[in-house]
Ligand binder design. Sequence first.
Ligand code: SF4
Ligand code: SF4
Length: 506
Amino acid sequence: MAAAKFETPALKPYPVIPLIAEGAMAHSKPFVAPAKIQEAVGFPGELTEGWEQRAVAKMGELLDKYRSLRVYMDACVHCGACSDKCHYFLGTGDPKNMPVARQDLMRGVYRRYFTFAGKHFPKLVGAVDLTKEVLDDWWSYYNQCSECRRCSVFCPYGIDTAEVTMAAREIMDSVGLGQKYANEIIGKVHRIGNNLGIPEPALADTLAGLEEDTKDDTGVDVRFPMDEKGAEVLLVTPSADFFSEPHVESLIGYAKVFHAAGISWTLSSKASEAGNFGLFIGNYEQLRTIALRIREAALELGVKRIVVGECGHAWRVAYSFWNTLVGIGAGGKDPFAIELQNQLDPRHKQPTHICELTYDLIQRGALKFDKEKNDDRIITFHDSCNVARASRMGDMPGGQFVIPREIIKAVANNFHDMAPGTICESTFCCGGGGGLLTDDLMELRVKGALPRMEALKNVVDGHGVNFMATICAICKAQFSKVLPYYGFDMSLVGGVHQLVSKAIRL
Ligand code: SF4
Ligand code: SF4
């Protein structure tokens, strides 16, 4: 591990509200996307003269388009209930990382240009001009929000800072100030089909290799098919599942589940990515264009069911937006959406999360496990933000909390949850979500992981936990990187289907 240029916060046995450290993270900024990356995804290449007017006009457009944004700008009473709920504030002490202060960066500009009082008596209502200094603050602090929505759970008005962050990033992109990490990835999805930029032949080789490895391990011919027309299921999964550790262990787990249940399935070279970074930059057009690849693949392959692998924000996009965005599930009204709705099997939820599929098979007795194969593990579960606070699973309230835990308990004997205020709806972000999983933000990622690391340490010390399962590719990558900063082994994190893979009888 490269030497840290910052101090890793000390783990405390219980959450402590930090002392205020004014400007402590003002230096934290992601790399700015060069013109080539910006223009490849349809944004201006750089800030040019007149950007202030264009930014204010864009803000006006978003305020008209998203009523929620205008309500969030007007409704806050500065009660402070959200102020100590953000992991980035808890990990850094920077007051601008309090959710209310993050919103106020936009609220001041909103008041100046869109309210009567702000136009005529700006000082009285905290209204500010959109200057380069204000934009610099936006760039820094709207890139210190992982859009995790934890603050909104505690706000009496339900104000969602994540939406404010998305709007701020959209405004900045529209005037030529975009994040290199997110926009480069979006470009790769358009050009190559997935976030990692894995070309089709390399993907085919990887899948063939996985078939061989799984045969060596189990003696069984478990398939990893790609582009197979007529398969029942199209599996759309984060591209990290193809190459990264521990992600690939879950991909092997999905394949074993399909094999054991006798379900025909396929991956798609066209839709070889479940992730959708259009969400992180708040851009509807990107969100839709990226999602359309999945609809095209489903139509071409003639599948009856679309299943999403272990990826938190991908499941949020699939569960909450795919229906009206592209017609996967009821909602879309264009001819292709209608064609797909006629093609998909109405007996299944469209889309289905891989955990829903596995849980349903377990409930019906269609899968058998040797639970003792996971006896070397004492397991806890990290709820990923986008699954926990922006989606659901199954047919029960809170199914997104119950189903992954029930799968773990079906395949392993030792499970201990972390403390109640740190899981389920109140879960803490891994620190790397929302488009911040980039090494230029390493200090932020490490410090933002503090509350989760403290909760983890308590179950490690109290119950001997040695494995933290999760169902998000970003969480897995983020924890693999930050766990060592806090003295844990990086192999402590893994997927739910990694556990399934170990115990399933083929
Ligand atoms: S959405 Fe999450 S990261 Fe953003 S301000 Fe709220 S708690 Fe912090
Ligand atoms: S909890 Fe809601 S109303 Fe209170 S300060 Fe935070 S955003 Fe404003």
